[in-house]
Design a protein around this ligand. Structure first.
Ligand code: IPM
Ligand code: MN
Length: 343
């Protein structure tokens, strides 16, 4: 297991240290090899470059990337997001952005009255509104035109929808909901809907449903158990998973994987949360999202027993903390979970 570690900025390095601690407790045969990279705001401010020329080739020589978070106030918003997070998703063809929305027992949520919540969002990661298609004309003039196009290809939609059916087919409920806005985004929506229906014919055991994204966000709050697996585009997926994190215990618990299923490049595992500069270096961040992301990493590399042990240890820790994790430091939470994993 050759893992490229990009701790990044703010709380990133703190939570990633705990994820690696837990990973080493789960994978005991000494096969976890890590290489640390200092990419992020500090390096950018020092050198003016986001990724050195050799970076992509070096990262590509690893089995997976474990990413903390990037960004800090002195770097203009968007520079590191596009230059590092999105660049690796695009160039390594990490088209499956996988985000569980699962409320663990014992975890508080604004929605405890309507729980259980156990969904999996399969977000397209390489197309849609995210790929900087478009441009600006007549910049700065009153007649300025800004075009931000959403690109949806039969290839890209086809492969993410197929992946989502695959995930739905092996879950107990076997239900897949397409989330889009086909009534208004009629061109893209038509491609998504036709692709979804054609693929459904190949997966007769999976129950299918469709939901407009605005309604889906409301149902996530009022009836979250409507959802099992959700498949959606890049931008809708960003929004749906942000709400998902908020209803399932907060971003301190939300894990994420950007997967390159054909392994044309390494996949990236990262908590959904950002770098939280306000609490950086204080050992106040909850490392659970990073630890659960490490469990997804194990799963991806064929170590499903190790992944299950990490998840189980997290579940036990969450049940015991009863919302009181803040009494422990980031490292203490990592120690406690690692201890449970080691048994
Ligand atoms: C996320 C983040 C990213 C996204 C940003 C950092 C580009 O919000 O992983 O959800 O929008 O995908
Ligand atoms: Mn987001």
């Amino acid at each position: 297991m050759r893992i490229a570690v990009i701790g990044g900025d703010g709380i990133g390095p703190e939570v990633i240290a705990e994820a690696i601690k837990v990973l080493r407790a789960a994978v005991t045969d000494g096969s976890v090899e890590t290489t640390s990279y200092d990419f992020g705001a500090q390096r950018y401010l020092r050198t003016g470059e986001i990724l050195p020329a050799s970076a992509m080739a070096e990262l590509a020589a690893h089995d997976a990337i474990l990413l903390g978070a990037v960004g800090e106030p002195r770097v203009p918003s968007g520079v590191l997001e596009r230059g590092l997070v999105l660049r690796t998703r695009f160039e390594f063809d990490q088209y499956v952005n996988l985000r569980p929305v699962r409320l663990f027992p014992g975890v508080g949520s604004p929605l405890t009255a309507v729980a259980p919540i156990d969904a999996l969002v399969v977000r397209e990661g390489t197309e849609g509104a995210y790929i900087e298609a478009g441009g600006i004309l007549r910049k700065g003039s009153p007649a300025e035109i800004a075009m931000q196009e959403s690109i949806n290809t039969a290839f890209g939609v086809g492969r993410i929808v197929r992946q989502a059916f695959g995930y739905a087919a092996v879950r107990p409920r076997r239900k897949l909901t397409l989330v889009h806005k086909t009534n208004v985004l009629a061109h893209a929506g038509d491609l998504w809907r036709r692709t979804f229906e054609a693929t459904a014919a190949e997966f007769p055991a999976v129950t299918t449903d469709y939901c407009h994204v605005d309604a889906a966000l409301m149902y996530m709050v009022t009836q979250p158990d409507l959802f099992d697996v959700i498949v959606t585009d890049n931008l809708f997926g960003d929004l749906v998973t942000a709400l998902g994190a908020a209803i399932a215990g907060g971003i301190g618990l939300a894990a994420s994987a950007s997967i390159s299923p054909e392994r044309t490049g390494p996949s990236t595992f990262e908590p959904v949360h950002g770098s939280a500069p306000d609490i950086a270096g204080k050992q106040k961040a909850d490392p659970t999202a990073a630890i659960l992301s490490a469990a997804m990493l194990c799963d991806h590399l064929g170590m499903s027993a190790e992944a299950a042990r990490i998840e189980q240890a997290v579940a036990e820790d969450l049940l015991e903390r009863q919302g009181e994790w803040a009494a422990r430091s980031t490292a203490e939470v990592g120690d406690d979970i690692a201890e449970r994993v080691a048994g």
